[in-house]
Design a protein around this ligand. Sequence first.
Ligand code: NAP
Length: 246
Amino acid sequence: MQFSERVSIVTGASQGIGKAIARELSREGAEVVLVDVQKEKLEEVARNIKASNGKASVYCADVTSMGKISEVVEAIIQNHQKIDHLVNNAGITRDNLLMRMKEEEWDAVLTVNLKGVFNFSRAVIRNMIQNRYGRIINISSVVGLMGNAGQTNYSASKAGVIGFTKSLAREVASRGITVNAVAPGYIATPMTENLSDSAKKIFVDIIPLKRLGTPEEVAHVVKFLLSDEAAYITGQVINVNGGMFM
Ligand code: NAP
């Protein structure tokens, strides 16, 4: 098991892509640290991981609170001695056409999707630098690269995540830390399940592979980027989108 000595934080781990990533890393032996806002859902994910002989612990926290995230990271370091992997996955949408977009919709999306990545990355980076080892994966989106009507806030946040990833990758490469982004296309999760059938059909029509992706298909790419085989990959954006954007 390639991650049996690793401590891996996954944010937004109680459902969807984050849950799939947490399960995948635990199958490789990682001590998975699950972070999300809903304690009961998180605890259920942890119970499932433990039932399969994995190692998981739960930290209930909102990624938008810098103070809380600093406390959580201190507690993780105290309990697990170090942090090897950080997967910044927590994200939200508040879609609207720009003309109708409320300030709160803009702020909510930028604060969770972009400031959340800043908060967690800043909180862990000192420990990774001390250890001269670390892997950070930021979950961006296909729409951060190609744009999408009705998602100026979300697209801006996800494009911001890409700029953040490349800049941090340059800052910390000499310390043995890699930083990459994964940009999923349309993935079947609670985030996309409320789309109408007609909206889903429109998306599937423009996806060369003619289907939505699965959370596991994103998790496999994250696992690879965290592995020793990916040691020479940093500052990259890996698309997992069925060919929707090339
Ligand atoms: P999801 O099913 O909605 O899961 C996101 C998780 O993040 C939820 O458990 C959510 O908790 C949690 N979360 C939200 N705000 C948080 C906060 N402030 N602090 C901590 N946790 C928070 O979404 P998903 O589809 O798995 O998406 C995961 C990531 O992939 C997101 O960054 C998303 O933007 C990105 N992505 C998804 C798709 C897709 O098609 N699904 C495509 C491209 C990129 P609550 O539900 O309780 O709020």
